[in-house]
Design a protein around this ligand. Sequence first.
Ligand SMILES: Cc1cc2nc3c(=O)[nH]c(=O)nc-3n(C[C@H](O)[C@H](O)[C@H](O)COP(=O)(O)OP(=O)(O)OC[C@H]3O[C@@H](n4cnc5c(N)ncnc54)[C@H](O)[C@@H]3O)c2cc1C
Length: 524
Amino acid sequence: MHDVVVIGAGAAGIAAALELTRMGIRPLILDVGYRGQKHEGRIEENFYEHRRKHDTFDVMIGSRHQGLANLFSEKIVPVKLTSPDMEFVTRNADRLAPITATEFAPIQSFASGGLANAWGAGLYRFTDRDLAAFPVSEADLRPYCDHLTREIGISGEDDDLTPYFGSTDDLLPPIRLSHNIGRMYGRYLDKRQKFKGRIALGHPRAGVLTQPHDGRPALGYDNLEFWQDTAAIYKPQLTLDKLIDRDLVDYRSGILVSAWTETDDGVRIDGLQVEDQREISFAGKQVIMAAGAINTSKIVLTSLQDHQTELKLLENPALQIPMVLPSSIGRKLDLGSFGLVQLNLVWESETFDTLIQGSLMEVTSPRRAEFFSSFPFAARQSLAMIRQLLPAMVVMQLFWPGSHQKPARLRLDDGNGLCLSGQPNTLDMGKIGEVLAAMRRLGAYTHPALIVRVPTGHAIHYAGTLPMRDKPGRYECDRNGRLAGTDRIHIADSATFPELPAKNMSFSMMANAMRIARDMVTGR
Ligand SMILES: Cc1cc2nc3c(=O)[nH]c(=O)nc-3n(C[C@H](O)[C@H](O)[C@H](O)COP(=O)(O)OP(=O)(O)OC[C@H]3O[C@@H](n4cnc5c(N)ncnc54)[C@H](O)[C@@H]3O)c2cc1C
């Protein structure tokens, strides 16, 4: 019998396993565990340089036309997931875990390393303000955040966002800003007193290396973020591979866990071998569940054979705001920029009575075709327009707290699939005037017709189905993640979050998973 069985090898499961190995425990990790092909290093120069010399069909469209997925499927997915190199991230998800969804577009991963293989690596500490509804504090998470900061290599800076982002210890230098975003930031630094303390800008906390770290290279500013894996951007898979190489974990891929049963002296875990569909069982003294909030909840409901209960699922409502800097129209495209988040914005919004966080990005990495449908002209004119406007465009994604929208409801259907019913994104665009005015002061303009309400589910921050409480009730966990009514089942992913702050949540989820693993073992 294994001391600890971890179910799932995404960000949460790998963080929990890492902490167990630090305590001398060799966990069994059960995972479906698809892997991508190793394409890192296939392109060794700036993407635009490469494109001038080579055909890029393979890289951008792919042999199975993965890059065109959003054109031919009713199920639209976030752009990065249409990149051929990212195909493995969502491989077979609909088959392995069917979901009948209304007003919610779930994205699931059965990859080794999970959804984080495609993430933007915006990695933020929850502060006490973010944790107000949690039975844990910033101080409880701090040792784990500190350890992860050193493990991952996080860039950032002590700036106006430090009160919102917490400790700056051990940060690497911030990501270099592109021309447009650098201009906006320069103006902000000149005019920040005009924002009356309600809007602040600063550097992101990003798992993006700005100098070599732990044998990994620094970022090349090569615009390949969408098209080719780079070790400069951290993925939890890197940590898992290290643990496997050092034989510190027993990692079993190809296993789809369906349910657990507590026995007198442990837990039996039942599942299927994905390849031949044969049943298989494992035994452990303790179980840590980290299959992602949706699949963890499914396994819990299946284990308890409960087809009635509806669990509440939180997600961050979000808006995507394309903006143009008129001063950059007609300029050459900035080819040496970083294509993911370069700056963050925090808005103490009076109109929404809450804290809202934004991410500012360049648009040099995605395909130009992504913007094609936004222009109401014939193809040739649209192309000309894109050529003129793209070098002058930036995009801001704004996140609201999960509590700002009624939660979705998740239930086991009669065939052991899931039913998920959500809410349309109804964020009131009439109330974002203050932030748009701030952007204009920084030289960036938008038009209401360009602003997109991100479909519910596409923020890809799923949480809250089995929340931690001081006094947990049914389908809730105690502060150590132990599921009420069980002795040996601990939940380590974001299913345990009682609230979803307006902040990318994975880093704090990883820190919390480490805390849960340690407290489970030490019996704190
Ligand atoms: C394009 C994109 C950008 C993102 N950007 C950011 C960002 O910048 N910052 C941020 O904080 N977050 C970001 N996210 C979200 C982030 O990736 C997820 O929140 C995080 O990866 C979730 O990790 P997880 O461990 O909870 O679950 P998952 O990543 O869903 O992993 C689940 C794991 O469990 C396994 N599993 C599932 N079910 C079973 C089963 N039944 N049996 C066995 N194994 C199972 C899977 O194989 C997988 O290994 C982004 C996501 C995407 C897709």
